[in-house]
Ligand binder design. Sequence first.
Ligand SMILES: Nc1nc2c(ncn2[C@@H]2O[C@H](COP(=O)(O)OP(=O)(O)O)[C@@H](O)[C@H]2O)c(=O)[nH]1
Ligand SMILES: [Mg+2]
Length: 197
Amino acid sequence: MTEAAFIYKICVIGNGGVGKTSAVKRYSQDVFSEDYQVTVGVQHSSQTIEIDGEDGPMKVKTIVWDLGGQDKFKFVRPMFYRAARGLVLMFDITDKKSFEDLPKWIKEAESNIGQSVPIILVANKIDLDNHAIEIHEIERYADFIGAQYILASVKTGENVDNVFKKIGEALYNNREPNVQNGTENVTSMSTVGRASI
Ligand SMILES: Nc1nc2c(ncn2[C@@H]2O[C@H](COP(=O)(O)OP(=O)(O)O)[C@@H](O)[C@H]2O)c(=O)[nH]1
Ligand SMILES: [Mg+2]
């Protein structure tokens, strides 16, 4: 595979238990586990994917960051969000509170990133029967925040790759016209890398 010219840092955010860590695992290793293991601190993984660019197929590298939702990790949040280009905003379709808390997550992310960035809204766990939020509410909220939304199940694997493909496409297609390659992004990523050691 030829090297990706564009590298994007993407943060996965949302309440604890909605499936963020499972989604990153499914995306990077194509595995799923029923066991709930609380994410400690920050984890990240990278994947190069092919997206439908406005000018044809394009390879982009996504570096996906996953953060423990607990308050005690507050001190790592600024580093977590630093230089992020996009957000995967996730809730559990069977958990109303995880949907109601979404505005708080956007606020925290955007105040740390310092600007608004493309968002993909993900309703996870659609394999379960006891849905607590109706599709039209999800649609309305997605419209309100100017995001695309995806119904997904990390458990069955349904639409998980699509989440990262969509955010990759949104980032590539909305890139700044003067950036000729990923150099600028690579530099800021390695700075983040050093900061995190
Ligand atoms: N039924 C179902 N369970 C899921 C799905 N995604 C994650 N889970 C389960 O939900 C729990 C929390 O997942 P986790 O990825 O740790 O959530 P996080 O706290 O947001 O990182 C785990 O027990 C997972 O197995 C899904 O799509 N369907
Ligand atoms: Mg987690």
